[in-house]
Design a binder for this molecule. Structure first.
Ligand code: GSH
Length: 198
């Protein structure tokens, strides 16, 4: 029996957690609930995550939601080289994980909705979001100056969390030529074997 169950289809934000579990080489079970299908509103799932959102995990009775928090927890618990080596870098990993949601995802989401989720539903939202995407990508590009990964020389939970959100930029075919360091870093991160989750 798997101690760890990950709820959420690989095409959803559960991709972030499935990638982390594969990086860590964990034995886990995936319940591939699809968002907007009604599966996330069933009482059995609401007992796991009352918000009705994926990803969520049940790790031997530890029930968590929020993709970034789950990944920080798993990387810390299993300490297989993805967890930062000092408290300053832990702070940076927390910062980048929150940044991934509040800056990167917030900028990308309106475009994802308008192009894929409800095509043509919010052209104005997309137009407002595009400059925010440019700004957020420039900040990330500057942060990557002189290093291969966000915390320095090696891939960490900070990279996985930010790159898993930035994978939407690839899906949306956002042009990354003005941000070459992001382009190369994202290629390195998403090219990892564990990032192929389906
Ligand atoms: N901030 C949350 C967002 C989770 C979320 O909104 N997930 C979507 C799927 S990608 C969802 O479960 N929606 C529920 C539904 O529409 O049924 C996280 O990062 O985990």
């Amino acid at each position: 029996m798997n101690a760890l169950t990950i709820y959420g289809a690989p095409q959803s934000r559960a991709f972030r957690t499935l990638w982390m579990a594969k990086e860590l080489g964990l034995d886990f079970k995936n319940e591939p609930l699809s968002p907007r299908s009604g599966e996330t509103r069933k009482p059995e799932f609401l007992a796991i995550n009352p918000n009705g959102h994926v990803p969520a995990i049940d790790d031997g009775g530890v029930r968590l939601c929020e993709s970034m928090a789950i990944n920080l927890y798993l990387a810390r618990k299993h300490d297989k080289g993805l967890w930062p080596k000092n408290v300053a870098d832990e702070g940076r990993a927390f910062m980048w994980s929150l940044w991934a949601i509040t800056e990167a995802e917030a900028a990308l989401l309106p475009v994802l909705i308008n192009r894929f989720v409800r095509p043509g539903s919010d052209a104005e939202g997309e137009a407002k979001a595009l400059p925010k995407i440019d700004a957020m990508l420039k900040i990330l590009d500057q942060a990557l100056a002189g290093k291969d990964y966000l915390l320095g020389g090696s891939f960490s939970v900070a990279d996985l969390n930010v790159a898993s959100v930035l994978s939407w930029a690839k899906l949306l075919k956002i042009d990354l030529k003005e941000v070459p360091k992001v382009d190369a870093w994202l290629g390195r991160c998403l090219g990892r074997p564990a990032a192929k989750v389906s």
